[in-house]
Ligand binder design. Structure first.
Ligand code: ATP
Ligand code: MG
Length: 230
């Protein structure tokens, strides 16, 4: 991402020239106070929002023309799972992406099974998505993206609302997934445990980008941006 600026339609300016680079296989945490612009930034990475600046993925410039290709590479899990789940049943929600990619039925079923297994929600296949609890919805939302086998995973506060066991399952899953990921979170223990690199945002800017170990030792930086050492 190069020098991205974005204002919402009501005129609120949410990103003021954001630049960063992820390398293949990087696992990066995105932290910062409420309203820093984390979700806004993430919504640009598969073209849901369109600001001024440049975004390139695997050498491919993000433009309207190549959105379908970009969206098959970038799996984005929204902060609010209600924005992600729109089918009657869990099965249909998790199958939606692979079906849309035109995969054969047997492959779709296999993808759904392994995505639900990854979030330990196999027994929920026939449940109604909109009747699930918040944490259950969050886990299914993650499965809807895993079923597409993305090469980049963008997760907006994936551990919010999860119980300790589900949070642990998520941590293990993210640790094992050998793909590039950018994960926004307020869970500083998760940051410390899982992400070698951290990007700190505040007020629409990146204010730090470096080794998590060093950022967590920088008390001045943490205090200035409303963060706490775990
Ligand atoms: N649809 C919108 N219209 C106008 N302003 C918006 C809209 N969505 C977000 N904003 C504003 O943009 C700024 C960045 O919001 P964003 O949701 O990206 O923050 P965030 O870092 O994800 O915060 P949180 O930690 O609470 O999730 C905030 O000031 C917010 O009020
Ligand atoms: Mg957010």
């Amino acid at each position: 991402m190069r020098d991205l600026h974005f204002s919402y339609p009501d005129g609120h300016s949410a990103l003021h020239g954001v630049s960063f680079k992820l390398c293949d296989g990087d696992k990066v945490a995105l932290v910062g106070p409420n309203g820093a612009g984390k979700s806004t930034l993430m919504l640009h990475l598969n073209g849901i929002l369109e600001g001024k600046g440049e975004i390139e993925l695997s050498g491919l410039r993000l433009t309207r023309d190549n959105l379908p290709v970009i969206r098959s590479m970038v799996g984005l899990v929204f902060q609010n799972p209600d924005d992600q789940l729109f089918s009657p049943t869990v099965f249909e929600d998790v199958a939606f992406g692979p079906l849309h990619m035109g995969l054969p039925e047997a492959e779709v079923r296999a993808r759904v099974d392994s995505a639900l297994e990854a979030v330990r929600m196999t027994s929920y296949k026939d449940r109604l998505s909109h009747h699930l609890s918040v944490g259950e919805k969050k886990r299914i939302a993650i499965a809807t993206v895993l079923s597409m086998n993305p090469s980049v995973l963008i997760l907006d506060e994936p551990s919010a609302g999860l119980d300790p066991r589900a949070r642990r399952t998520l941590i293990n899953l993210l640790r094992e997934l050998p793909i590039t990921m950018l994960v926004s979170t307020h869970d500083m223990r998760l940051v410390q445990e899982l992400f070698p690199r951290t990007i700190v945002m505040d007020d629409g800017n990146i204010v730090a980008d470096g080794l998590t170990m060093e950022i967590l030792e920088n008390e001045e930086l943490l205090t200035a941006h409303g963060l706490e050492k775990p």
